[in-house]
Design a protein around this ligand. Sequence first.
Ligand SMILES: Nc1ncnc2c1ncn2[C@@H]1O[C@H](COP(=O)(O)OP(=O)(O)OP(=O)(O)O)[C@@H](O)[C@H]1O
Ligand SMILES: [Mg+2]
Length: 513
Amino acid sequence: MTNFSELNISASTLKSVQRMGFEEATPIQEGTITHAMEGRDVIGQAQTGTGKTAAFGIPMIEKVDTKNPNIQALIIAPTRELAIQVSEELYKLGYDKKVRLLSVYGGQEIGRQIRALKNKPQVIVGTPGRILDHINRRTLKLDQVQTLILDEADEMLNMGFIEDINKILESVPPERQTLLFSATMPGPIRKIAEKFMKDPVEVKIKSKEMTVENIEQFYVKAHEREKFDVLSRILNVHQPELAIVFGRTKRRVDELAQALSIRGYLAEGIHGDLSQAKRMSVLKQFKSNKIDILVATDVAARGLDISGVTHVYNFDIPQDPESYVHRIGRTGRAGKSGIAVTFVTPREMGYLRIVEDTTKKRMTALTPPSSDEALVGQQRVAIENLSEIVNKNDLGDYRTLASEMLEKFEAIDVIAAAIKSMTKEPDATPIALSEERPLPARRERSGGGGSRSGGGYKGNRSGGRSSSGRSGSDRGSSRTGSSSRPSGARRSSGPRDGSTQRSTRTRSPRNEN
Ligand SMILES: Nc1ncnc2c1ncn2[C@@H]1O[C@H](COP(=O)(O)OP(=O)(O)OP(=O)(O)O)[C@@H](O)[C@H]1O
Ligand SMILES: [Mg+2]
């Protein structure tokens, strides 16, 4: 463990770091900060929630010359929410050095951004779409940029973003330093990355598994039409303080958020079709505990650091193992513990195995709770609430009322009635969600090893996006959907040994945001 004071960082940055409450550097910070401060290009890979933002943020802030009025660093992030969050963290890191920083992202009035750009920011954090927009309008001058950072690099180098990133790269001097960070870095993507880096140092924090140990991982097998009732019961048993439920599409997210509200949960949805103001207000409500359940597409899967997320539910199993890693990584951050539950329909079991093979971690099967167990969960909450009130010991007049009652009734009956009246009986209001097409069954690959057919990791995502006609969202929003259903051999249940199920990793265009 290295203390930040041993890392040779300036007094002003050290002061900011300490104000943020950081003492010891996390392994990825320890492993990358020195290399990056020496000017090396760095590919940094470490598990979710382990401090990658400061790992690239500290050396970047250190390098900024506050007397130079030009933009010296550009940080690109895949979503608006992440761009905002990263800029907040970098602002704190550069607070004592007084680094001027600006975030630019879609959905925010461009005129305002153009005016703010005139105040000579030295660091820009943005989403690819909006950065390109400013480059095209000539409102963003990047010819003095010395540090280029891609947060969630693998996501950004995926087909959906590669064209935008390439164009942005053309505006940034080739002699810049490049830093790339993510919790996942599939081989083919790393190859693309290396093409525009100079002799990068690769820092991969070794761990047995790709996901952090402190997240308990479960899966629950359920038919599509049963999933919602099972989710409700699990929620009643788990009683999550703060949970994220991931759905596959925007429609799914809308329906799930509404259905959960009907059943009495404090839930709201977030996805790329909502206005930026709505997206921000939903996140704010979630962060301030005004809602307990955030229902989201993958727009919330990457990088978001919301403290206190106790549970992640993959209502729809994600298509890629990488997406799984990022989604569940919204819990169990900075050493806290978390629980992740993934719903899987019988025909999607192949996907579960691919996820497990990638993360090197088996998920534990969870038996769907019965409605009785769900009721017990709610009763337990009532008892906890009641006990808390008793412990507070400020019952005053209520004690007089209680003795009046005890003259008429048995104590045990009075307490039972109190528990009953405080128990939120599980709501079984019938809910019908639109059927979500299950992921196509995985085609089994003949003969093990062999070559990777059909585009590998990149798959065919480009089909879902064109570089023109960008919508309000910063990502592709095409609804081309996946319709191919391989008819070849498939195995929807078999030995969970992971040895037979490596199939081609063809992806369908994503349409979630
Ligand atoms: N050295 C440190 N000591 C204590 N807390 C830290 C330290 N570094 C970062 N943190 C905190 O840990 C949390 C997670 O950090 P961060 O968001 O950078 O993780 P990440 O590795 O980028 O995760 P993801 O892969 O999900 O993007 C943040 O709240 C951050 O402020
Ligand atoms: Mg991050």
